[in-house]
Write a protein that binds this ligand. Structure first.
Ligand code: NDP
Ligand code: 2IT
Length: 447
């Protein structure tokens, strides 16, 4: 059998065994596309059921999360933790609270996380979790009670050496605080390294909050440098206005670019003068408001309720909201408008059809598992600080992050060259991540 036939046979099995999980299938297909090339050169990676084992999570936990709302009604949500692969270190990956969360979504995110974490070069395995809880419109005390109930079950499955969750969509510093408080109370131990993204006064790392957004921008700076240009003077469109988007905007501005548009699920704003970041932070981080409020204060900006943010002409596009948010039509528009680089701050925000168009058009394209790895990498730095009961300064941590992103860029670029597709960061990231995990799996035998 050729590598291609082997891979497509395994893919069919994955699809049949995981019926009704299209996001998971999509994530697997994207990695498998790159594996054909690897198997051609290194057929041994198909031995000992390695690829089949890689697709099957080591453990999948689903649990009931009951909580009481402010009106006294009992609500029931579903909690998930998929402990995907631990050959490189304890399971590591975020928790997502969003009404769309289901097992297939958590599996897609956990699968991606394995390769992303491998690319960081740090000792972390892959996992992901979350709940179909919708934080929108919930009071502080409802959020707290939900987090406490969620952790009441999750606590028996996690630990500094077992599984270390962090934030993702709908889970930020506030939620990590409630989750950590409940973990500490239930276990009667101050195990700092059990969660990352903690507050700076109680075990958190400098730069963790900023890390994903800063990291994606560092990656873009490296990509542009390879093309003989830089961020300075470029117009950048960034979707989302959450944790990743806000700190991507901050770093773009620090590096001399201009972020001119951002969004939330109700629409997008365009501000050709450059986004006023203090205003955006106040609306999103302090008031927890909607993006349309931006134009009430900032008269130079406009709010567009219907339509796509990718209609806004730009040099660099950073999808930083959610999966499959950048479609084939969006890619056509961006290419027509002359986009030179696209980097995924979110996980799998680009549809396969859009990705194909970017590749054909020669647009520099950074997949999420490489471009947004700065968040989890800084989580691993937080774990290091917790283990040595140390805390590093902001500038030092930021330099470490920038160096990690430079290394990831280098690894992806060298691997793409080695396999005959220079500049194909998707291929480079998939292969470099896969080889590291696969080699460790071989060393540890059939487990
Ligand atoms: P936040 O919850 O802070 O922000 C999410 C943003 O995306 C909000 O503006 C939200 O708008 C928008 N959004 C979410 N879901 C949808 C949707 N279905 N349709 C349209 N807009 C949507 O999350 P993060 O910034 O932390 O995460 C953003 C992305 O980055 C996710 O894909 C996440 O997996 C990925 N990521 C996050 C990392 C981190 O460290 N936080 C690390 C690596 C990747 P609204 O408020 O209206 O819902
Ligand atoms: O998708 C991701 O990499 C994250 N949500 C961050 C995970 C982490 O453990 O910091």
């Amino acid at each position: 059998m050729t590598g291609n036939e082997q891979v497509s046979k395994i893919y069919d099995v994955v699809v049949n065994r995981n019926a009704g999980e299209p996001l998971f299938h999509q994530a697997v297909a994207e990695v498998f596309e790159s594996l054909t090339v690897v198997l051609k050169r290194h057929p041994h990676y198909a031995n000992f059921g390695l690829i089949e084992r890689l697709c099957e999570p080591e453990r999948q936990i689903i649990f009931r999360v009951p909580w009481t709302d402010d009106a006294g009604n009992v609500r029931v949500n579903r909690g998930f933790r998929v402990q995907y692969n631990s050959v490189l270190g304890p399971y590591k990956g975020g928790l997502r609270f969003h009404p769309s969360v289901n097992l297939g979504m958590v599996k897609f995110l956990g699968f991606e996380q394995i390769f992303k974490n491998a690319l960081t070069g740090l000792p972390i395995g892959g996992g992901k979790g979350g709940s179909d809880f919708d934080p929108k419109g919930r009071s502080e005390s409802e959020i707290m009670r939900f987090c406490q109930s969620f952790m009441t079950e999750l606590q028996r499955h996690i630990g500094e050496y077992t599984d270390v969750p962090a934030g993702d969509i709908g889970v930020g510093g506030r939620e990590i605080g409630y989750l950590f408080g409940q973990y500490k109370r239930l276990t009667n131990s101050y195990e700092s390294g059990v969660l990352t993204g903690k507050g700076l006064t109680w075990g958190g790392s400098q730069v963790r909050k900023e890390a994903t957004g800063y990291g994606v921008t560092y990656f873009v700076a490296n990509m542009l440098e390879a093309k003989g240009t830089e961020i300075s003077g470029k117009k950048v469109v960034i979707s989302g206005s959450g944790n990743v988007a806000i700190y991507a905007i901050e770093k773009v501005h620090q590096l001399g670019g201009t972020a001119i548009a951002c969004s939330d699920s109700s629409g997008y704003i365009v501000d050709e003068d450059g986004i006023d970041l203090e205003l955006l932070k106040d609306i999103k981080e302090v008031q927890r408001g909607r993006i349309c409020e931006y134009v009430e204060t900032r008269k130079s900006a406009r709010f567009i309720e219907n339509g796509s943010i990718w209609d806004v002409p730009c040099d660099v596009a950073l999808p930083c909201a959610t999966q499959n948010e950048l479609t084939e039509q969006d890619a056509k528009t961006l290419i027509k408008n002359g986009v030179i680089a696209v980097a995924e701050g979110a996980n799998m925000p680009t549809t396969p059809e859009a990705l194909k168009l970017f590749r054909e058009a020669g647009v520099a394209f950074a997949p999420g598992k490489a471009a947004n790895a700065g968040g989890v990498a800084t989580s691993a730095l937080e774990m290091q600080q917790n283990a040595s009961r140390d805390s590093w300064h902001f500038d030092y941590t930021d330099e470490r992050l920038a160096a990690i992103m430079r290394d990831i860029h280098g690894r992806c670029s060298e691997t793409s060259e080695e396999f005959g597709k220079p500049g194909d960061y998707v291929l480079g990231a998939n292969i470099a991540g896969f080889v590291k995990v696969a080699d460790a799996m071989f060393s540890m035998g059939v487990i």
